[in-house]
Design a protein around this ligand. Sequence first.
Ligand code: F6P
Length: 357
Amino acid sequence: MKKRVGILTSGGDCPGLNAAIRGAAKALYEMFGDEVEIVGILNGYTGLINGDYKEMNKSDFYGILPLGGTILGTSRQPFKTIQVVGADGVDKVANMIKTYNNLRLDCLLTLGGNGTHKTANLLSQKGLNVIGLPKTIDNDIFGTDRTFGFHTAVDIASEVLDRLHTTATSHSRVIVVECMGNKVGWLSLFSGIAGGADVILLPELPFSYEKVAKAVLKRKADGRNFAIVLVAEGALSKEEETLKRKTRVKRRGGTNVTPHVTQYIAEHTGIETRSMIPGHYLRGGTPSAYDRVLATEFGAYAAKLIKEEKYGLTVALKNDKVTCNRLEDIAGKAKPVPKDYDLIQYAKSIGISFCEG
Ligand code: F6P
């Protein structure tokens, strides 16, 4: 009997999405041969809402293993408005179910991050056969040790830090770098260590401005002529810890904390200080070999779940083994870096300062 499998990628793109799509497709063709039909839903849940899709052929999956981004396109459909009928009168959830049924899908693979998983869970509760695959450079999906995209972003961010080292040393400067990662500090922690940052500011460890300046001055006193300060985009000071996001943004005069850290360092150390924000650069380009392997494994595992007709699940990596979680058990849960995480302790033991307030 024919199996019709829908695939969509939703939320921010990341390296490894195409490798995962290819992994799932290749495993499905191996298992079902001509009995499988794959439907690419275009631009994430937006495509499912609007009925934008493409019947895929085997050849659509050729040559995409090293390709960054997503061949299916993506978009953000915030979960908080997904169940709200907008001014356009579109019932997004009803439309998604309609498209699924119109396309006669047997199941839907949703590749995405936290928001994607919340909607995947909702669709699963509405009776659709859904399987999630965890992707994001943030590594913040509950119940999986790793998400694909993270490893590549760590590589890119580390390279950014390597390159900034030469300017920082040559000019005897402090360089403050802001790293993506949304509300968590996984990407900053790993790339800060890999790229030799001297100070790392994480959302999980609210910082003291005074301690940041002190750490920079201590480095100078130790005879080093430069410092690299890595700020996670979600980092916040001790004073900001209890503030609502809106109040914090108002006080900062914007969302970013980096300009404030930069200015404080310059004013309180007297050292020439610059800042840079690599932003989406960290999400671009070809996936690392590790991410290609992880994404392929996740894709192949999802195909296995389809063969076994096991749905309402999302693929996960636990203790180096690919497994799965129930969507309802992970959707909407956060995965911050634990405050007592071993890597933070090791980083401290080599002199990296987190400047907790
Ligand atoms: O979730 C991935 C991510 O790159 C976050 O690190 C970042 O906060 C966010 O997406 C940026 O979103 P956008 O691409 O919509 O600007």
